[in-house]
Write a protein that binds this ligand. Structure first.
Ligand SMILES: C[S@@+](CC[C@H](N)C(=O)[O-])C[C@H]1O[C@@H](n2cnc3c(N)ncnc32)[C@H](O)[C@@H]1O
Length: 279
């Protein structure tokens, strides 16, 4: 095993929670070649050396950008969005009718397709939400992903992935070969750069958290820690969405599958916590 690649894997695990199998160390090296070249460095060993010394946050950012997987699409997996439309949003509108405020967090938003899908869904129910404040916060650890999300400019290929044509025509305008999201929808989403490894309690409380297809790249201890902290920012009657291949089962004591909303999770009630403790 090469010690420089092992050190890099340890650094990525420490900084962003990325779990890299020993067998994939060579793949990291391949993936970082363009970053090494752009930084004018001779090889990955020198990159690791610079990163280990610290003091070059821009280089660390570019390394993180190169290492994360930003694969995403509009209305990915459909089911959680359908559950929001049919069940969760009507339920929360009833529960929050006094304060008329709902907060949603897309906690690993990649290039923005997920939070913009949420914004389109809210827009679809604009009549029901008249007079309400619906906040959508979107964050990601990758500076490049957040910048792209904020820009909201998508290729023809990207808008063909998951986005129904009527929504494309309603919310996007042509920008050369690409499509740009309309200002009113962009203004609905507040983008931030945030690392789930760091404390995020300052973001406040949320009624819905989408934390999808990010925990799958982390080891079980990291997942457990993040889920525990997510449970503290989620309202008692709030909903958590994970990726289609992700679950809380066997990892988190705080959440359980929402019985009537496929793919969503809720905080355990005191009764279910007591039952779990006695079983
Ligand atoms: C596969 S994408 C998922 C995007 C979207 N949630 C979806 O399901 O389509 C994973 C995203 O997680 C982000 N990510 C990885 N580690 C992270 C961390 N520690 N904190 C916040 N975001 C992270 C990556 O930058 C990437 O944009």
């Amino acid at each position: 095993m090469r010690s420089d690649l092992a050190a890099l894997a340890a650094l990525l695990s420490d900084r962003i929670g990325l779990a890299v199998d020993e067998g994939k160390h060579q793949a990291i090296e391949m993936r970082l070649q363009p970053t090494v070249a752009a930084a004018g460095l001779p090889n990955v060993s020198e990159l690791v050396h610079r990163l280990s010394k610290g003091g070059d946050p821009a280089l660390l950012d570019r390394t993180i950008d190169a290492m994360v997987t930003c694969e995403t699409l509009f209305f990915r997996d459909r089911k959680p969005f359908e559950a929001l439309r049919a069940t969760v949003l009507p339920r929360l509108r009833e529960a929050r009718r006094a304060e008329r405020r709902i907060r949603i967090w897309s906690a690993a938003c990649a290039t923005g397709q997920e939070p913009y899908s949420l914004a389109m869904l809210i827009d679809e129910q604009q009549r029901e939400f008249a007079g309400w404040r619906v906040e959508i916060v979107a964050s990601d650890v990758s500076a490049a992903a957040v910048a792209a999300a904020r820009e909201g400019r998508y290729s023809q290929f990207e808008v063909q992935r998951g986005l129904p044509t009527p929504l494309l025509l309603r919310h996007f305008q042509r920008d050369g070969e690409a499509w740009r999201i309309n200002d009113h929808l962009r203004a609905h989403v507040e983008f931030r750069r945030a690392n789930l490894i760091d404390e995020f309690g300052r973001f406040g409380r949320f009624d819905i958290v989408f934390c999808r297809n990010v925990l799958m790249y982390m080891d079980v201890e990291r997942r457990r820690d993040i889920l525990q902290r997510l449970s503290r920012v989620l309202a008692d009657d709030g909903y958590l969405a994970l990726g289609a291949a992700e679950t809380v089962v066997g990892i988190s004591d705080e959440f359980e599958p929402a019985p009537d909303c496929a793919g969503l999770f809720r905080r355990k009630t005191p009764a279910s916590l007591r039952m779990a403790a006695n079983s």
